[in-house]
Write a protein that binds this ligand. Sequence first.
Ligand SMILES: Nc1ncnc2c1ncn2[C@@H]1O[C@H](COP(=O)(O)OP(=O)(O)OP(=O)(O)O)[C@@H](O)[C@H]1O
Length: 340
Amino acid sequence: MSEIEVRHLSKTFTQKDLKVDALSDINLTVEKGDIYGIIGMSGAGKSTLVRCLNFLEKPTEGQVFIEGRELGSMDEKQLRKQRMKIAMIFQNFNLLGQKNSIENICFPLTIQGKPKKEARKRAQELLETVGLAEKAKSYPSQLSGGQKQRVAIARALACDPSILLCDEATSALDPQTTESILGLLKEINEKLGITIVIITHQMAVIQKICNRVAIIENGHLVEDGLVTDIFAHPKSHAARELILRDARGEVSSAAAQVDEITEGQKIRIVFSENSAFEPVIANMILQFGHPVNILLANTRNVGGVAKGEMVLQLPDDRDLRFKMENYLKDRGLELEEVDD
Ligand SMILES: Nc1ncnc2c1ncn2[C@@H]1O[C@H](COP(=O)(O)OP(=O)(O)OP(=O)(O)O)[C@@H](O)[C@H]1O
């Protein structure tokens, strides 16, 4: 049985005469133990989708199953109980400003009726889990962004959830803090066996910790599957765009070149880091006696495996370009064309 199953889910917001189709016929499954990424551009429908997973937002059509139980068939009381098992963290942390770290973590436990002493003991343990034991008495205003998110994660874990939904949880953090929070989420997934769903607009976040991903564009799920497969062979325009946008951000000097050079066919090649890629390019240039531009060259950690990628600009001459493409294909490299 899947941990989460979404069937034919659509969501339309209606305000007076205005209708917004935020999600259209979404189907996806998240298995127990997955770190599942949902990625898309701004306004694609990611937050709406994640809010439908715990029925904070009720779908207009379709069904959501959690461990085989359909949320739409539950009454309010059952739904509240189910939601305890689906924790959520947010971009802006949502901590209570008047309460210190321990009190923030205790909050969901005392609401549940847990005795104060037990709740504090559990909260202290959770602060240790997130590496913040010494900040028990600190108020949110006295914590850094990363520390606030750690307290929010501890609070999310208080009710022993089986699922953790993360809505842009690292978007407000600098790259180094993002890295440490993603590391913590991975640890939680592995040690506590919690299934994690991550909403983001950054491919780097998906590549860092997710095993599977769904790509949302204008309310439609345009592609889903293993992160390693989609990185190597993105099929949808949206996936290509997200991967290349991220690569451009990482290699800013190369990005400048991409902008300057607009003529000629561009191709993207993905290869494992240890494959003999550079000699292939060098030999191709020698064989054809014509240079190619390397617009982007990058190495990324995708699902724990080092992957290289290059974007090449081949010559304008159609015949020569065709021969070069065949030369690369004959050597086992898979190419895909890249739009401007
Ligand atoms: N309560 C609402 N009422 C009306 N329209 C809404 C509501 N919530 C979201 N929308 C619309 O639904 C669409 C999807 O919004 P959503 O917030 O899910 O996108 P997103 O991918 O999370 O965007 P972002 O990355 O910018 O947060 C947008 O067009 C948005 O304006």
